[in-house]
Design a protein around this ligand. Sequence first.
Ligand code: UDP
Length: 501
Amino acid sequence: MDSQADHPKLEIFFFPYILGGHLIPMIDLARLFSSHGVKATIVTTPHNVLLFQNPILRDQQLGHAISFVTLNFPAEEFGLPNGCENELTTTNGDMFTKLFMAAMKLQDPLRKLLSETKPKPDCLVSDRLYPWTANVTDGLGIPRIVFDGSGCFSHCVEESLRVYAPHERVVSETEAFVVPGLPNKIELKRSMLPDYVKSQNVFSHFLNEALEGEINSDGVVVNSFYELEQAYADFFQKEMKRKTWHVGPVSLNNRSIIDKVERGIKTSIDEYSCLSWLDSREPNSVLYISFGSMPRITSAQLLEIAHGLEASDHPFIWVIGRILDYSSKDKQQVEMALLPVGFEERISKSQRGLIIRGWAPQLLILEHPAVGGYMNHCGWNSIIEGVTAGVPMITWPFSSEQFYNERFILNIIKVGVSMGNEHWVPLKELPRVTIKSDKVASVVNRLMGSEETEVVQMRKTAAEFRDKAMQAFQEGGSSYNNVDAFIQELKSRRKVQNGHL
Ligand code: UDP
C-alpha cells in the first residue's frame, strides 16, 4: 500500500482578483474546499491578507489546511498608494485602469511561486479576469479552473449577444429586443448594454481574452446552485460546452456571527448595535439597502433616495458607502451635504432607520428575520446572498453585467420588482439621477407594504429558494456533491499522472 507521504493532501491554489466583489467569494470558496479536506492556498497581496486573516486563523484552529501566500502588489509603479488594492470601496475611473494594469504584473511572481512549489499543486483556481494565468499553468502542466463569482445566466446572455448581436437590429436605445436562443424569453434594451458590447473598445478586447481563457480552461466553478438556474446551468454546459461545477452559495460557509461580521474590511457598526436594532423590529418589516462594494451613487441621487424612504414610511437599514463627487475639491463639504437637513435626526428619533456609513455586516443583516426586502445593484454576490436569505428584492442595476442579472431576478426566478433604471454606465463614471423620490417611495411601498398577489407570491418563492439553497449546500445536496466530485476528479487526475492507472 502507498504511504501517506506518497500521497500528500490534494492541494488547490486559489488566485482571486484583487477587488471586493471577486475577492470575497473566492475566499469563501477556498474555505469551503478546505472544509472538504483539501489543502487550500490563497495567493494574494499582503494588504488583502490583513482583511481576511481572522477567519483563516479560525479555520486553521478547526484543523483545516488553509493558508495564504503573498505576492507583492506593484502599486507604486503605477502611481497608486501602497495598500490601495483593496479598501474594497476603492476605485474611480483612473484608479480602476491602473489597478488592472498593476494586477497584470503579478504574472511573473505567480509563475515563480508555482514553479517553486513542491510537490506542484493539483490545480489553480484563477479569477476569470486573469486570463494570462493560462500562460503560467500551461507551461507547468497544472490544471486551471476559472472562477468569476457570477452565475451562468449572465454568461448565457453575453454569449447570445456576441453570437446574434440582436442589439444591432434595433433603431433606438429604448426599443426592446429579445435575446435569441435562450431557454426563456428575455428582453433588453440597447441603453442597458455595456459600451464594450455595443462597440469594440479596450475592455472588449480584454473580455475576449477572458472568454478565450475560460473556453481553454479545464472547467468553471460557479457560485450558484443547480436548482436556482437549472436551464442556464444546462445551457452553459451543453450549448456553450463548459465543464461546470455549481458549488454555492459559498457565503453559506460563514456560519458563525463572527464569520459573518469579519468578511472583508472592518464593519462600520458593531454586531450588537446592529442585531439589537433588528431584534426590535417586526419580522419581514425592514428594507435593507446596499449597492455593493464600490461607490455608485451621486450625492444628488442619494437625496432622492432619502426623500423616497421618508415618504414610504417603512423601516430600513441603508448602507451608504463612500460617495464620490469627482467635481468637488473639498470632500468634507460634500460629505456634510449628503442627506436632507434633519433626515438623520428624524429617522434616529423615530427609530425608523439605521444608516451605516462605510462597510456593513451584510450576511448578518440579510439573514435576520426582521429583514423583508433588499434593494441592490444586482451584483451577483448581492443576488445570491439575497436568495440565500430568502428576501425579495428591489433591483437597481447600474453597470457591468448587472442589467442581465436584473432580468434573472425579474423574469427567471421572479423574486423582485424593478426600480426602473435603464441606463448602463461604465464603472469609471457615476450614474446620473434617473430615479426620483416619488418612484423610490412607490416601489418601496409596493414590495414592503402591499398584499397584491404578485408580491405575496414573490415572498413565497424567495422563501422556497432559500430552502433549496440550504439543501444544496448541506451534506448530500447538489453543491456539496459537486465539491466532492471536483475533488475526486483531481484525485483521479493525480493518479493518472503518477502512473497508478
Ligand atoms: N458587502 C459587504 N458589506 C458592504 C457592502 C458589500 O459585506 O457594506 C459585500 C457583499 O456581501 C457582497 C460583496 O460585498 O459579498 C459585493 O459583491 P457584488 O457582486 O454584489 O457587487 P460588487 O461590489 O462586486 O459590485
